[in-house]
Design a protein around this ligand. Structure first.
Ligand SMILES: Cc1ncc(COP(=O)(O)O)c(C=O)c1O
Ligand SMILES: [Zn+2]
Length: 416
């Protein structure tokens, strides 16, 4: 790591900068590296094991190596999902199952590197605003490392996510309001009490953790670059991180071309997609990023993890979609919910609603002829289906209630 660059105005800060946002314009920062030096250190390949994200230390912004991190974060499987793909005539579909992280979502990548930074800087208390997963994740990894965690969530967050936070011993502040209210309160409280704030967008280190998802995909594809990586999007941090991961690989000379990154949002929470479409309707190549505003919406999707009025890393995500040539895809909530049992039944991977959105998005892109069926496509499964069973139950049949007798089973079986 050799400093920071502002996503909006491009002004750089030195590696010793100890703030979070750009002092010139208030924009989000991006961690920068001396890629020539990294290329020398890795000498033609990324480190291979042990199977967690800290093996990518040369491309992580941490002072102390975290080889002794108590939980395994990252190193999740990339599954060929042939039967699922065939439902849409796509033989080269893959699922990157990031629900297999310690707290069952991709957010653990962000929390692990943010906690690494908190430890590097001597912080004792870490805080976060969350729709649910980031809070569950921070609570989990803080428990594993012995830090105290304070989590701000909307009071309506799904029960499983709240239960995780409480079980891991975080101080959970359920805010009477939405995610955006929780976010603003977390900022103010962290400032007031000196907590290390891991909130998405505000904290540049979350992107550094999440980008490792791209490195792993590349390694697991045996050095192939997919045509597309499809990402469920709320704040936009995950998407911008996955784009950064591929850009890093190119910057250190490991790959020559970059994949397209497709942004999938619910129609009921589509701030980033709306902005990409507006730019594409004009001249996207001439955009002045320092003045671009992502217009806020009034979000109401059932996919709680991506229900965001004001994306906190929206500019970085819009840039990533435009620069990569990816699509901005909006899907109906009914399509997101229908994608859950479809994925579960044809792949054995059970996603939460937000994590099913990429598959709903792929089908939408096929219908609209934005992609062709022979492309190599990776959908990111960003969170486990066990995190929000209530919404999924609404699209499933009830179990058959029977007497404990063989004849009752026979009666049922005749109707299957
Ligand atoms: C399961 C899941 N998928 C996707 C996202 C979207 O990530 P981002 O808000 O960075 O766009 C989140 C964020 O909370 C999430 O929890
Ligand atoms: Zn700036």
């Amino acid at each position: 790591m050799n400093g920071y660059r502002c996503i909006a105005c491009s002004v750089t800060q030195s590696v010793d900068f100890d703030g979070f946002l750009c002092p010139c314009c208030g924009g989000n920062l991006d961690v920068s590296y001396d890629y020539a030096e990294v290329a020398n250190r890795i000498d033609g390949g990324l480190p291979k094991g042990p199977p967690d994200l800290f093996r990518f230390a040369p491309l992580l912004p941490l002072k102390q190596p975290r080889s002794a991190f108590p939980l395994r974060v990252g190193g999740t499987p990339l599954y060929p999902a042939q039967r699922l793909g065939e439902l849409a005539g796509m033989p080269r579909l893959y699922l990157k199952d990031d629900s297999l992280n310690p707290s069952a979502s991709l957010k653990d990548r962000a929390s692990a590197v943010a906690i690494g930074r908190a430890l590097d800087t001597g912080a004792q208390v870490v805080s976060v605003a969350s729709t649910g997963n980031a809070g569950a994740s921070l609570a989990c990894l803080a428990a594993a490392t012995g830090l105290a965690a304070v989590v701000f969530v909307p009071a309506s967050a799904p029960l499983a996510k709240l239960t995780q936070m409480l079980a891991f011993g975080a101080r959970v502040l359920a805010v009477r309001g939405n995610y955006d209210d929780a976010y603003d309160l977390c900022l103010a409280a962290s400032d007031e009490f000196g907590w290390f704030n891991r909130s998405t967008g505000y904290n540049a280190f979350t992107r550094e953790g999440k980008k490792t998802c791209a490195y792993e995909i590349w390694q697991d594809l045996g050095g192939l670059v997919p045509d597309r990586v499809v990402v469920s999007t709320g704040d936009g941090n995950t998407l911008s991180a996955i784009w950064k991961g591929w850009c890093d690989l190119k910057a250190v000379g490991l790959i020559e071309r970059l994949p397209k990154i497709d942004c999938v949002q619910s129609e009921a929470s589509a701030a980033i997609c709306n902005t990409v479409r507006q730019l594409r309707a004009g001249d996207a190549l001439k955009v002045d990023w320092s003045t671009l505003q992502v217009q806020q919406v009034s979000a109401s999707t059932v996919a709680d993890s991506i229900s965001v009025d004001r994306p906190r890393d929206g500019l970085a995500a819009v840039k990533a979609v435009i620069q990569s040539g990816g699509e901005a895809v909006t899907v109906a909530d009914a399509e997101i919910l229908a994608a859950i049992p479809e994925m579960a039944r044809a792949s054995g991977v059970f996603p939460e609603p937000a994590a099913a959105a990429p598959w709903a998005g792929v089908k939408q892109m096929l219908r609209q002829e934005q992609i062709s069926a022979d492309e190599l496509v990776v959908c990111i499964v960003s969170g486990s289906g066990l995190k929000d069973v209530a919404n999924t139950r609404s699209v499933l049949a009830e179990p058959q209630l029977i007497e404990p007798s063989l004849s009752a089973v026979r009666d049922c079986q005749q109707h299957w």
